[in-house]
Design a protein around this ligand. Structure first.
Ligand code: NDP
Length: 259
């Protein structure tokens, strides 16, 4: 596993000598691009320390370099791999201290009709979007239980509840994430840990590169594509709202109203 700190130094796995500060630490999975990058930027602007996680270390480093302030950190980790997630979260804790916040934005799609979807693609989507979020939640919870508090935001999708032809596997992963979020919220509420889910509609990122502006304008009552920053604002709201847990917040410009 490789990591990178915002002062441009690469450091090995053993991080005992790294100093930590007391500001809020948020791990953002999928923080290298799209929605996760926008979340990382907003949190850094608001005084959080951010640990950016993605498979591609260079892309995660680029996000860290672009963040306001110091003490942000980048990790390469494939969230679908249990052992890698555990080691990464241990390394984050060693480098930065206890983890109070987690935003799970790592996700992939392999869209297509079910009849044309290969079993290995089904597994990859479920393993990344659903199991990956479970693994990171589990790893972060160890730290949150220790400090007796925290907040998690999982990124689902409007198709998790509404469904969409050509996205059966992807929407199953997001529907699963909704059920997981509600159940986990109940499990950890008395430990002062909140767990919520954001359900975005069309957001302009690499994942929606094939959706045209005209399609989005036609489908969305607010008449525009969502920007990653629109989702980031909602993530911040959920992280910072002390009496909100087990909820699904839809961020879709009204798209769901017409589905
Ligand atoms: P992008 O494709 O722009 O970014 C995906 C991010 O996830 C990247 O940082 C990528 O980095 C990371 N990632 C993917 N697989 C893994 C993995 N196995 N381990 C670690 N990191 C991984 O997608 P978006 O920003 O659009 O999507 C973010 C989340 O929002 C996803 O969960 C997506 O399903 C959801 N969403 C997006 C919508 C949209 O319209 N864009 C709508 C509804 C939901 P790397 O490749 O380096 O690992």
């Amino acid at each position: 596993m490789l990591i990178f700190r915002s002062n441009n130094t690469e450091v090995p796995y053993n991080l005992n000598d790294v100093k930590t500060t007391m500001s809020k630490l948020c791990v953002v999975s999928g923080g290298s691009r799209g929605i996760g990058r926008a979340v990382s930027r907003l949190l850094a602007e608001r005084g959080y320390r951010v640990a950016v996680v993605s498979r591609n270390l260079e892309a995660a480093q680029a996000t860290v370099v672009s963040l306001d302030g110091a003490d942000h950190i980048a990790f390469s980790c494939d969230v679908s791999r249990g052992e890698e997630v555990q080691k990464t979260f241990e390394a984050i804790k060693k480098a930065c201290g206890n983890i109070s916040y987690l935003v799970n934005a790592a996700g992939i799609n392999r869209d297509g009709l079910l009849l044309r979807t290969r079993p290995e693609d089904m597994l990859t989507v479920l393993q990344t979007n659903l199991i990956g979020s479970m693994l990171t939640c589990k790893a972060a919870l160890r730290s949150m239980l220790y400090t007796q508090g925290g907040a998690i935001v999982n990124i689902g999708s409007v198709v998790g509840s509404k469904g969409n032809a050509g996205q059966s596997v992807y929407s199953a992963s997001k529907a699963g994430l909704e059920g997981f979020t509600r159940s986990l919220a109940k499990e950890v509420a008395l430990r002062n840990i909140r767990v919520n889910l954001l359900a975005p509609g069309f957001i302009r990122t690499d994942m929606t590169a094939e959706v045209t502006e005209a399609e989005a304008v036609r489908a969305v009552p607010l008449g525009r594509f969502g920007e990653p920053e629109d989702v980031a604002q909602a993530a911040l709201f959920l992280l910072e709202s002390p009496y909100v847990t087990g909820q699904v917040l839809v961020v879709d410009g009204g798209l769901q109203l017409s589905l």
